[in-house]
Design a protein. Structure first.
Length: 367
């Protein structure tokens, strides 16, 4: 039996703490992120360049080592058998290797446990169109997409193809058949994977990240040809998401793309993670936009795109939508966050503060 790798021994020690991320860099002990805050594992001691190189190379295949040596950074996945799985980025800083590892649960959380509104289950079962999950790095976008894919897998007989860099959550066939492709291992490039995906008879296509006009165009084509396409963007809310996609394309194409997006964009789920009232963990606040005639008009007309937020506020309960501020009111009513956290995260702090003066949180979500 092969001896345990040094990286796995170290991870086993560090995972005794409830951590979401682990950083390794030269001249510092391992750095842990706990409840959103950075702490140092002082009892381990400062790491030297040879330590970082060994830890990094133990997680890489020969092909990945060559790619890292050539490009000075690489994304990959690593599993600690029976304990945890990680999304890993290895890069160089000050001439030495450094590592950041994001912990991924072995078990895929369900939609309810994430604190997402019930409408997300209906969104997951859309038969065609484009669904986007957005937010800053570390806001839980991949986790939400994984929970939605898992929900489809439990309820629909579909063929699901994912294109990821790297593969994060591992799915197993339920009612659906799921094929997961990792860029750099199962396919050479994002471009080649996206171009070939339509020849793989998919019903649902997950694109790990909509990175540029090419991936956006393929996502739109997939949605137009009867597929459900799901992806992520680093945007803060629905209006910014629409504008970001449009801006990926040259000016002469933007009017056409707006028209296409107006009909195809089924939902934008935008996320922020907030520190809970006790300061011991994080809770999710999510804005959820779904397709309506009013939303479609706001997408198509560039002068009205900024009004998407108002459309969510005014017709949210009717269609199951919610704005960030509606989500914050609910979290406050539940006692999950304090008022200072809510006001700091609010889209419109003044309006939220007025609502807090005697206005109850929104009524329960309805499917």
């Amino acid at each position: 039996m092969a001896s345990e790798k040094g990286i796995d021994r170290l991870l086993s020690v560090l995972l005794a703490e409830d951590v979401s991320d682990i950083h390794f860099k030269v001249g510092s002990p391992p750095i842990l992120r706990k409840a959103g805050l950075i702490v140092r594992a002082e009892d381990i001691g400062a790491l030297q360049p040879e330590h970082i190189d060994q830890l990094a190379f133990e997680m890489m295949s020969e092909k990945q080592r060559a790619r890292f040596m050539e490009g000075s950074e690489i994304d990959l996945a690593h599993s600690l058998p029976g304990k945890a799985r990680f999304r890993v980025n290895v890069y160089r800083q000050r001439g030495s290797a450094a590592i950041v590892m994001r912990r991924i649960p072995y078990e895929i959380p369900d939609i309810d446990s994430l604190g997402l509104p019930p409408i997300v289950k209906r969104i997951a079962l859309e038969q065609r169109g484009l669904v986007l999950v957005t937010g800053a790095t570390g806001s839980g976008k991949s986790t939400t997409l994984a929970s939605m894919i898992d929900y489809i897998n439990q309820h629909e007989k579909k063929h699901i193809v994912t294109i990821e860099d790297p593969i994060e959550f591992l799915h197993h066939d339920g009612k659906s058949s799921i094929c997961q492709r990792e860029v750099g291992i199962d396919t050479e490039t994002w471009t080649s994977a996206l171009r070939s995906v339509f020849r793989q008879d998919p019903d649902v296509i997950l694109i790990g990240e909509m990175r540029d006009a090419s991936s956006a165009a393929i996502a739109i084509t997939g949605a137009e040809t009867g597929h459900l396409v799901m992806s992520t963007l680093h945007t803060s809310d629905a209006p910014e998401t629409v504008n970001r996609i449009i801006d990926m394309f040259p000016p002469q194409q933007q009017k056409q793309v707006r028209t296409q997006l107006g009909g195809l964009l089924k939902s934008v789920i935008s996320q922020r993670l907030l520190t809970n009232r006790e300061g011991t963990g994080l809770v999710l606040a999510a804005e959820v936009m779904v397709h309506t005639a009013l939303i479609q008009n706001c997408i198509i007309d560039p002068l009205q795109t900024h009004m998407i937020r108002d459309a969510i506020e005014t017709s949210g309960l009717q269609y199951g939508m919610q704005s960030f501020d509606m989500a914050l009111l609910r979290l406050l009513a539940q006692g999950s966050i304090d008022e200072a956290t809510a006001l700091a995260a609010a889209t419109n702090p003044t309006a939220l503060q007025l609502k807090l003066k005697g206005v109850e949180a929104p009524s329960d979500w309805r499917m």
